[in-house]
Design a protein. Structure first.
Length: 333
């Protein structure tokens, strides 16, 4: 077959090559960094800090290993129980190559996933709560539901939904799911020499930013948690942020669920916690800013340490705590 040439051929190639690359999940090379088109109903755009971002169709999602998951959660219509069918969210992201800064220890623990629905509704999951050896929240990208023993498409809200097993309320079950984006925390706090800490700076999306010392922590209701071989005493992270500093969510529905906090130690080590995972009524994950371990001050670990008792590993136990930055995740780009 003779190869076409001339101006018409050049125009056709210029128009078709980017389209073919986009359909195959490749880059748009039509000039500069061009944002991909918004996904259609039944498509899921997976983007951000990934080696192999892609837009997935329903058939492609159904071709991935499937999991069945039964969950219950409270809603405005009362308690709902569903048996969803879908692919694990962590496996989907991990299979696309989650990017992390190799110079930052456990950098994945300072990253989050923004899930956005067709109506713009959005929520945050920390990568740590999804990671199997840390929080192990087995969220799914669900595309079906078992009804009377048979698999059926999702009945309401669109063909895709992200689940939040363990949450007491359904705010993070994003219906009409269109986009997942992996992001870095955006924290700007630098290392402070690694010395033992004496105060915690609370900043960002709070009404009363300030600096909190040991006396301020002890003025909050005391919490005691046993984690492994140690018993910690301290103040609830949620109480410090909500009751003392005053969270400042936006006006959008459940906007607190699109917020997160970044804890930084004096050595620059960082860990991220989604507010949805620690909020009472939602994730309700036990947490505390510990100031005692086994009945004694923390000593060389600084006066305060972030402790997440439900995690399988202590990677988010930030010692020598100097900063808590509260962020509201910007809308999907």
């Amino acid at each position: 077959m003779r190869k076409p040439n001339g101006p018409l051929s050049a125009l056709l190639c210029a128009a078709l090559v980017p389209l073919l690359l986009s359909a195959c999940g490749g880059p748009n090379i039509s000039g500069g960094a061009v944002a991909p088109p918004a996904p259609a109903d039944g498509q899921l755009q997976v983007a951000g800090a990934l080696d192999r971002p892609a837009t997935l169709t329903l058939p492609r999602l159904r071709a991935l290993p499937a999991v069945t998951q039964t969950v219950s959660f409270a809603s405005s219509r009362g308690t709902q129980t569903h048996t969803y069918v879908g692919t694990p969210l962590w496996n989907l992201l991990d299979g696309m190559g989650i990017q992390a800064d190799p110079a930052a220890r456990n950098d994945a623990l300072a990253r989050y996933v923004l899930a956005t629905g067709a109506d713009g509704y959005r929520v945050v999951f920390s990568l740590a709560e999804l990671k199997p050896d840390f929080g192990n929240r087995a969220s799914l990208v669900a595309y079906g539901e078992a009804v009377d023993g048979a698999a059926a498409p999702l009945a309401a809200g669109g063909p895709l939904r992200v689940t939040a097993p363990g949450d007491g309320e359904g705010g993070r079950y994003v219906a009409g799911l269109r986009r997942l984006e992996v992001r870095a925390s955006g924290s700007t706090v630098a290392a402070a020499g690694g010395a033992p800490s004496t105060r915690i700076a609370v900043s960002g999306a709070v009404r009363q930013p300030g600096s909190f010392d040991l006396a301020a922590l002890k003025a909050l209701p005391a919490v005691t948690r046993t984690v492994g071989a140690h018993t910690y005493t301290g103040a609830s992270l949620w109480d410090l942020l909500d009751a003392r500093a005053g969270l400042a969510p936006g006006a959008a529905k459940n906007s607190m669920l699109a917020m997160y906090v970044v804890a930084t130690g004096s050595d620059g080590y960082k860990a991220l916690v989604a507010l949805g995972e620690i909020a009472p009524g939602f994730g309700n994950q036990p947490d505390l800013i510990a100031y005692e371990m086994d009945g004694a001050p923390l000593g060389a670990g600084g006066f305060a340490r972030l402790v997440i008792p439900g995690d399988g590993k202590p990677g988010r136990h930030v010692s020598r705590l100097v900063s808590l930055e509260v962020f509201a995740a910007p809308p999907a780009r």
